[in-house]
Design a protein around this ligand. Structure first.
Ligand SMILES: NC(=O)c1ccc[n+]([C@@H]2O[C@H](COP(=O)([O-])OP(=O)(O)OC[C@H]3O[C@@H](n4cnc5c(N)ncnc54)[C@H](O)[C@@H]3O)[C@@H](O)[C@H]2O)c1
Length: 245
């Protein structure tokens, strides 16, 4: 990854931060886009100091196409190339479908699915001109198996998988690869809010017997971002301790 430039959306904390750290640890410069501007800048500063790479943080909402276009232009100016895009920003607004509000459905679909479309479209244009690049989208095993109480989230993540395969097909002729990583149950702020009862129930379905860590997801993302996976596109790698087989 040495000398490559990687954008990580939602990289201020959690899985996105672990991904940014992993890529930087392997020599990549990282650009963190997040709605939490201060946290994005702090995380970037820590990464730059720790790994000796260039790292920047900026306030970019993945649902705002004008902000994305401006941010892409700024990265291109400052870094020259964009070699990797990790679409990691994501949210949940859980409820059983009978109680789920229309705005909660739209909110989750907008960030988790449309956000991936907007960022990929803007960055793929640059990658296609460069004749090279790797896009890695963070989906979820819920997008494969569905989950009661997560109609919006499951639909968004299933959509991310289908979108990843379509990007892979449309851009492969220009040297741009696109793959997805589908994490299972990973210990972050997103899952900390679940009750112990729900956590215990989920653990019972994980053959490897423990929750995943953000670093487990980061390793798979690093593989798909790097040339180690140069003959892989349109693939979905589950990082779930064997939860879904
Ligand atoms: N934690 C899990 O168990 C798990 C499992 C499967 C998939 N995932 C996926 O992994 C990704 C990261 O999840 P996490 O657990 O680290 O969550 P998290 O809540 O800790 O981090 C999400 C980050 O995205 C940012 N973000 C939210 N909305 C945004 C927007 N509109 N524009 C830009 N940034 C935005 C947040 O500020 C935050 O920094 C998500 O896509 C999530 O769906 C997580």
């Amino acid at each position: 990854m040495k000398g490559k430039n990687a954008i990580v959306t939602g990289g201020a904390r959690g899985i996105g931060e672990a991904i940014a750290r992993k890529l930087a640890g392997n020599g990549a410069n990282v650009i963190i886009w997040d709605v939490m501007e201060d946290a994005a800048k702090e995380t970037a500063a820590k990464i730059a100091a720790e790994f000796g790479v260039k790292a920047t943080g900026a306030s970019v909402n993945v649902t705002d196409s004008a902000a994305i276009d401006a941010a892409v232009a700024a990265v291109k100016d400052e870094f020259g190339t964009i070699d990797v895009l990790v679409n990691n920003a994501g949210v949940t607004r859980d409820n059983l479908m009978m109680r789920m509000k229309e705005e909660d459905f739209d909110f989750v679909l907008n960030i988790n699915l449309k956000g991936v479309f907007l960022c990929s479209k803007a960055v793929a244009k640059i990658m296609a001109k460069q004749r090279g690049g790797s896009i890695v989208n963070i989906a979820s095993v819920i997008g494969i198996m569905g989950n009661a109480g997560q109609a919006n989230y499951a639909a968004s993540k299933g959509g991310v998988i289908a979108l990843s395969k379509t990007i892979a097909k449309e851009y492969s002729g220009r040297g741009v690869r696109c793959n997805a990583v589908a994490p299972g149950y990973i210990q972050t702020a997103m899952t900390d809010k679940l009750s112990d009862e729900v956590k215990d129930k989920m653990l019972a379905f994980i053959p490897l017997g423990s929750l995943g860590q953000p670093e487990d997801v980061a390793k798979a993302v690093n593989f798909l971002a790097s040339d180690e996976s140069s003959y892989i596109t349109g693939e979905v790698i589950k990082v779930d301790g064997g939860m879904v087989m």
